[in-house]
Design a protein around this ligand. Structure first.
Ligand code: ITT
Length: 201
């Protein structure tokens, strides 16, 4: 069976991506299978650079196909912040809750349309030699005025989708995966996986 390594330290992403890759006939490994794997330093200026770096370095280290994702939340009122800096926006060692509290605080004077935001996800698929292809997905929403819901991770409790009248954290994972930035990017990445990995030697 063909194998792919998920190049992420984030167990929530692992859960989402594994569910999305089910049924492809590919064995999905995580970094837990490679205890000595060095942590990739995310020093790129864009989601594309970081995603490609995570996938490439993991592929080269594991000598396998690797899939990485880099995700950012862009808030209109904040000129696109936190964007590529979404993970540690509230400072080094901050929690998801710290980031959400900071976001609600920074938006306290923003009403209605000013609370619009976009989640962007870039998936990078690397072959064992480090050759990378990218696939992207996004979804628009609105930042809530309070934290809502217990599912998911990161900014999910403040990211509201009008059509479903729910934040991502109020949705079951199946629904989030069907409509999310990550689900959309992975829908495209799956085609690359089938074309490239399935036909590799
Ligand atoms: P890896 O780099 O190891 O994959 P990470 O958590 O650092 O894990 P990113 O740099 O891609 O991943 O993500 C930046 C932050 O964006 C992440 O820490 C979360 O706070 C947030 N985030 C990413 N995906 C999200 C999602 O689906 N829902 C809510 N927040 C998300």
């Amino acid at each position: 069976m063909k194998k792919i390594v998920l190049a992420t330290q984030n167990r929530h992403k692992v859960r989402e991506i594994k569910k999305l890759l089910r049924g492809l006939g590919i064995k999905v490994l995580t970094l837990d299978c490679f205890p000595g794997a060095p942590e990739v330093v995310e020093d790129g200026k864009t989601l594309e650079e970081n995603a490609a770096k995570k996938a490439r370095e993991t592929a080269l280290y594991t000598d396998s196909w690797a899939l990485a994702d880099d995700t950012g939340l862009e808030v209109k009122y904040l000129g696109g912040k936190p964007g590529v800096y979404s993970a540690r926006w509230a400072g080094p060692g901050c929690s998801y809750h710290d980031n959400n509290v900071k976001l609600l605080r920074e938006l306290k004077n923003a009403r209605g349309e000013k609370r619009k935001a976009v989640f962007k996800c870039v998936m990078a698929l690397s072959d064992p030699s480090g050759k990378v292809k990218l696939a992207k997905g996004g979804i628009s929403g609105v930042i809530t005025e309070n934290i809502r819901g217990k599912n998911g991770f990161g900014y999910d409790p403040v990211f509201y989708i009008r059509k479903y009248r729910k934040t991502f954290a109020e949705m079951p994972l199946g629904l989030k995966n069907r409509i999310s930035h990550r689900g959309r990017a992975l829908g495209k990445a799956k085609k690359l996986i089938m074309q490239r990995l399935a036909h590799s030697g």
